[in-house]
Design a protein around this ligand. Structure first.
Ligand code: NIG
Ligand code: FE
Length: 413
């Protein structure tokens, strides 16, 4: 593993000296600690030291250490993308055209399109090909500044195919430098043959899929699409209970299409995060306030489906710690670009650039359970950092949307 010494950094951002910070909530989301004209030393994959250029020690310039001059550039913790469906077969641009012509996401799903379309394609795609395509997406994400990714199953919907997806994710964990966490999402959609008795599909998830997956230790977390037209609160309870027996903490899809009760059930089962949250009112915010569940917003999906936006400002003003992620998937958010998410958060959700940066670093690290090793510049944490191009200010990152402002992403296994 190479050592890196980054010099002349215009500003080193996202510092947490003591390593005590687990997330930033409410007003604190608009704070970020920084050092101007700084250096950063990464040794053996870990952050070893940082500080003012004036205080750099002569013995940091060792043989073999990669020296990087970051004059006019910012350095920050690499983004943590805490919600993706990165393993999938084929894009779905035909549905995109159908949506432009007026069909809704739910109408497409009812006709067997949407998630079930991806399920059909995944059945016919080899593990090898799924792996190759997902690996290429990880490389693209890295070039855009991402250093950690959560990846879900959910395009299998049979025991065999869900296992296939999760094995692909396991292989990505083994071969990629990225920090990866896996989530079992057997309850992503109801297969056609179970449309009139979906509890029978939930039986399979609970009695067959979860025990098999646990036996192979294939999933860190368990997810359910708890929403109108998909899985009910009762289905969700059964699945989360079953996952809990094997130590799988929930990270759930909630309140994207309606006030589904998903947020409350997630909180009840001690979810690490509840995600989407377009339909969040006072009762949902009150439930979140009493919990340590991270509300995670996915503005890429709301933008792409042209759906209502989650009330980000209301959540932050209520003192919550908001995280942001891409939701990268072929149906509702075909982009893995976290810089675009920063722009959406600022423009559509009225989050300040600093709030948005905290939401894609420390808060999203927390939303995927990696806040002790990633998400801030702290001695001892993994040396996953981004070095920007020459840019005039940190606000320029969300401002110049669509452009890649990252020159280099350093990722340590
Ligand atoms: O997070 N909302 C449910 N699931 C995905 C969409 C997956 C798909 O359409 O393929 C989401 O948006
Ligand atoms: Fe999703």
């Amino acid at each position: 593993m190479k050592d890196y010494l980054i010099l002349n950094i215009k500003s080193l951002l996202g510092i947490d000296e003591g390593g005590k910070l687990k997330f930033r909530a409410g007003e604190d989301m608009d704070r970020i600690n920084s050092i101007d004209n700084a250096f950063l030393l990464i040794s053996n994959g870990r952050i070893k030291d940082f500080g003012k250029m004036l205080d750099i020690k002569a013995n940091y310039f060792t043989d073999g250490c990669v020296i990087i001059d970051a004059t006019d550039r910012y350095v920050l913790p690499a983004w943590c993308d805490s919600h993706t469906h990165l393993v999938y077969a084929n894009s779905r641009e035909q549905e995109y055209v159908d949506k432009i012509k007026g069909l809704s996401y739910e109408e497409i799903a009812r006709r067997g399109g949407g998630i079930l379309n991806s399920v059909e394609r995944l059945h016919h795609t080899s593990e090898e090909q799924l792996y190759d395509e997902a690996f290429a997406r990880l490389e693209q994400m890295r070039s855009l500044g991402t250093g950690a990714v959560e990846i879900k199953s959910g395009y299998g919907l049979t025991t065999e195919s869900e296992l296939k997806m999760l094995r692909v994710i396991r292989r990505l964990k083994e071969t990629s430098d990225m920090t990866i966490r896996s989530t079992f999402l057997g309850a992503h959609s109801i297969p056609m043959e179970f449309r009139d008795h979906q509890e029978k599909y939930v039986d399979i998830i609970v009695n067959e899929m979860i025990p098999e997956i646990a036996k192979e230790k294939l999933a860190d977390f368990v997810d359910v699409f708890c929403d109108r037209g998909f899985f009910t609160v009762e289905d969700t309870s059964r699945i989360l209970e079953a996952g809990a027996k094997y130590g799988m903490r929930p990270k759930i899809h909630a309140n994207e299409l309606d006030y589904s009760g998903g947020i409350q059930i997630g909180v009840k089962y001690h979810a690490l995060s509840v995600d989407h949250l377009e339909y969040t009112g006072d009762a949902e915010i009150a439930a979140l306030k009493e919990s340590d569940t991270i509300p995670t917003l996915l503005p890429g999906a709301a933008f792409f489906l042209n759906m209502p936006y989650a009330p980000a400002r209301k959540m932050i003003n209520a003192g919550l710690p908001v995280a942001l992620a891409t939701d990268c998937n072929p149906g509702s958010s075909p982009s893995c670009n976290m810089q675009l998410i920063l722009s959406f958060a600022s423009v559509l959700y009225k989050m300040t650039p600093v709030e948005a940066i905290n939401a894609v670093t420390i808060n999203s690290a927390r939303a995927m359970g990696v806040e002790d090793e990633l998400g801030t510049i702290t001695v001892g944490k993994k040396g996953n950092v981004v070095i920007t191009k020459k840019i005039p200010s940190i606000e320029y990152i969300p401002y110049a949307y669509g452009e890649n402002k990252i020159e280099r992403t350093i990722i340590c296994k």
